[in-house]
Design a protein. Structure first.
Length: 381
């Protein structure tokens, strides 16, 4: 009788065990509601394409990967809570996140506390890879690297004096500091820096000051929905200065669709060229990804964000494969051996930050594109 009960108990326990036991779980911490919801959703959809592609080829270490997706609601406090849940409750040995710099910075103490690595796919604040967190591996460029790549274009564009309009958070303020420093080194005068909250919809006060300034250029750091509003409001008050956006999160196609002619002539720094696949580091992979994106019924506009999620999950899969096991310590160590070509260039990690506590920073390609007559072009400089 005791044997029968033991067997029954074993069967019940097996049935009660989570179905995910045979999968490798990857935590995905992204904004699916709130101010950054559109971008976070694009990233998640790109991540799903990568996961499906990897699983169709047999998965990783003979096991399929499972994305455990959580909404950080575009809120730093929520992002930290989500990270803790993914680590302690969902038992994910590695994560991807968390889109915005303020969100990622809020998560980082949790990574250090639990010693779990995270692939950072979008955030650009310099502090993310210089603050001494050895569990951070970033494939997006920090604003300092973006500024460094933009530096050779400054003279060709004829910049004389630049003002900034940026989000009042780590993402925006960091960009103003890093680009401002580079511009000064190039002999360009740096004027005022105006800030705006991420949820703000009326920027008339800031735009009035920028219009009155004697600058020839305004550099803007914000997410796509706010950029649409800005371009419409600039057109309404007749502000016609050169505009350059930074941060790689502009989604030019959405801007064209929603801002119309108000966006004509604006310049944007981006880290992916889906409009010209043949000029990307891996044209075949780019065309395949875009084809699958369209096949799933998604709008082309989303690829400028979704590729980050796609490359992020692929980088994590490479790290797990090299680790030989789905354990946080092994994956953290293995990230340093990752080396493959992503959609925006080679993904390999260089050490960044204080000795002994370095984060990993990859160096993607950065491009300057222009919205001209309702389409995206690469300007001749």
């Amino acid at each position: 009788m005791r044997g029968r009960l033991t067997l029954t108990t074993a069967i019940l326990l097996a049935l009660a065990a989570p179905a995910a036991a045979d999968t490798i779980r990857i935590g995905v911490n992204e904004p699916l509601t709130g101010a950054f919801a559109a971008s976070g959703t694009y990233v998640v959809n790109g991540a799903k394409i990568a996961a499906d592609e990897i699983n169709a080829k047999g998965g990783v270490l003979g096991r399929k990967i499972e994305l455990v997706i959580e909404d950080n609601k575009s809120n730093p406090t929520e992002a930290a809570a989500v990270a803790e849940k993914l680590i302690t409750s969902d038992k994910t040995p590695v994560m991807m996140g968390a889109w915005g710099s303020s969100l990622t910075l809020a998560v980082m103490p949790k990574l250090a506390e639990y010693e779990v690595p995270m692939l950072v796919e979008t955030s650009s604040s310099g502090k993310i890879t210089t603050s001494g967190n050895p569990f951070v591996f970033r494939i997006s460029p920090p604003s300092a690297l973006e500024a460094e790549t933009f530096a050779p274009m400054v003279a060709k564009l004829g910049l004389k004096k630049v003002d900034f309009l940026v989000l009042n958070n780590d993402f925006g303020r960091g960009a103003a500091v890093d680009f401002g420093k580079m511009l000064k080194e190039k002999g360009v005068q740096v004027g005022m820096t105006e800030t705006m909250d991420q949820g703000a919809q009326d920027m008339s006060a800031q735009l009035a000051k920028l219009k009155a300034s004697d600058s020839d250029t305004i550099m803007i750091t914000s997410a796509v929905d706010q950029l649409v509003l800005l371009f419409k409001q600039m057109a309404a008050i007749g502000l016609k200065k050169r505009v350059i956006t930074t941060g790689g999160s502009q989604n030019p196609d959405q801007i064209i669709a929603q801002a119309g002619s108000a966006a004509d002539g604006t310049l944007h720094l981006t880290t992916f060229l889906p409009w010209i696949p043949e000029k990307t580091p891996d044209p075949k992979a780019t065309e395949s990804f875009i084809g699958e994106w369209k096949k799933r019924g998604f709008q082309f506009a989303g690829v400028t964000e979704s590729f980050r999620g796609y490359d992020g999950i692929r980088a994590i899969a490479h790290a797990i494969e090299k680790a030989g096991k789905a354990e946080p310590a092994a994956i953290t160590k293995a990230f340093w051996a990752v080396d493959f070509t992503g959609l925006n260039g080679p993904i390999r990690f260089a050490k960044s930050g204080p000795a002994g506590k370095e984060s990993g920073q990859s160096k993607p390609d950065v491009y300057l594109i222009e919205i001209k007559d309702g389409r995206v072009v690469v300007p001749t400089l």
